[in-house]
Design a protein around this ligand. Structure first.
Ligand code: PLP
Length: 367
């Protein structure tokens, strides 16, 4: 396995690689809140006030009023009964699985789910069956085979980061038995999908009564950490059953303060979302007009998977020549041979976007 390349972020949309400056269409800091002056100010103030870490778990002596503030703020933002914060989105999925362990007879998981969900499924203490990617009928077939009395949970990403496709939540709710649950990893959809950025539930217009939503604070909100959004009784289960809640040091307080500010900035500055949507439309609409295949979803991700090594090298070369860092990744859930994943942000300029459109068009025109 090769070591990953060392990139140096120079400003909000460029990186330095081996001394050369490239446009950067990677990372999922969709609004570049990680470098927003107000977020950084909140972080610095909290470092002075609180230091770096509470060095204890929430259940021992590590709890602090700021955690409660962030949880109230997140519950309010996502219109959920409760939010429980964790040190990362990955941990949020695992912690939820610890709380639910033993409750289900079978877990159905989208075959392209994120690794953290696959790990979480293996902690549920029940058989785990993969269903075809975003295929409600395949999930229904497995559910039927398990029989009417089987207690089921379905695990899926909301917005799949390998191509920007979106889970058909409404269809899943329709085909699943009435007592089944969905564990929804909304890492990429939180702050991106839905009228107010609440994620895939809002996008699909479904209620959260049978859905447990997990989010990361490390993508659209530009900070670090994660959270589970669920009803009050499930939160009680997390507190009493999740070893991660009991034994893991929570988010550093300066990051909690930064996340609170990031949520404020996100909600106060409506131009952020407007710019992300405009940039997404601009790139996807133009690429489609030019005959470049891109998925028709509101997600700011454009994925290109060349069929072979020659195609990968050709596109890398073309992107480098256009001074765009080639965002080639091999990631669980994505195409086996790897793909170029372009993540658009609200802060890319029109010139950067047009340069990307030109490079991709050139690649596809040449075949
Ligand atoms: C779909 C999905 N779920 C969970 C995570 C984990 O989130 P975090 O980086 O906060 O641990 C990621 C991060 O890449 C992700 O893409």
């Amino acid at each position: 396995m090769r070591e990953p390349p060392l990139l140096q972020q120079t400003d909000r949309t460029f990186v330095l690689h081996q001394g050369r400056k490239y446009s950067y269409f990677s990372g999922c800091d969709y609004y570049r809140l990680s470098s927003h002056p107000d977020v950084l100010r909140a972080l610095k103030g909290a470092v002075q006030k609180f230091g770096l870490t509470v060095s204890a778990s929430r259940l021992t002596t590590g709890s602090h009023q700021l955690y409660e503030q962030l949880e109230d703020r997140l519950a309010n933002f996502f219109r959920a009964s409760t939010a429980t914060v964790f040190s990362s989105g990955y941990v949020a999925n695992l912690a939820m699985a610890q709380a639910l362990a033993g409750d289900f007879d079978c877990a159905l998981i989208d075959e392209r789910s994120h690794a953290s969900l696959a790990d979480a499924a293996s902690w549920l203490q029940c058989p785990v069956v993969r269903f075809r990617h975003r295929h409600a009928e395949d999930a229904a077939r497995i559910a039927r085979r398990r029989g009417k009395s089987s207690k089921l949970i379905l695990l899926t990403d909301g917005l799949f980061s390998h191509d920007g496709s979106i889970a058909p939540l409404r269809e899943y709710l329709d085909i699943l038995p009435a007592d089944a649950f969905i564990l929804l990893d909304d890492a990429h959809a939180a702050g991106v999908l839905g009228q107010s950025g609440m994620g895939t539930l809002e996008h699909a217009g479904v209620s959260r009564s049978r859905i447990i939503q997990t989010v990361t604070l490390g993508k659209a909100f530009g900070v670090y950490g994660g959270a589970v959004l669920c009803g009050a009784s499930l939160r009680q289960r997390i507190l009493s059953k999740s070893h991660l809640f009991v034994g893991n040091t929570p988010m550093p307080l300066p990051l909690v303060a930064a996340a609170l500010q990031a949520l404020n900035t996100y909600q106060q500055d409506r131009s952020l979302r407007a710019r992300l949507l405009a940039n997404t439309h601009h790139v996807k609409d133009r690429l489609r007009e030019l005959g470049v295949p891109v998925l028709d979803t509101p997600s700011p991700i454009v994925s290109v998977a060349p069929p072979d090594r020659r195609g990968i090298e050709a596109l890398s070369k073309r992107l480098r020549a256009a001074r765009i860092h080639p965002p080639f990744i091999k990631y669980p859930g994505g195409p086996a041979g790897g793909h170029f994943r372009f993540a658009l942000s609200s802060e890319h300029t029109r010139a950067q976007l047009d340069n990307l459109i030109g490079a991709l068009h050139g690649h596809f025109r040449r075949g």
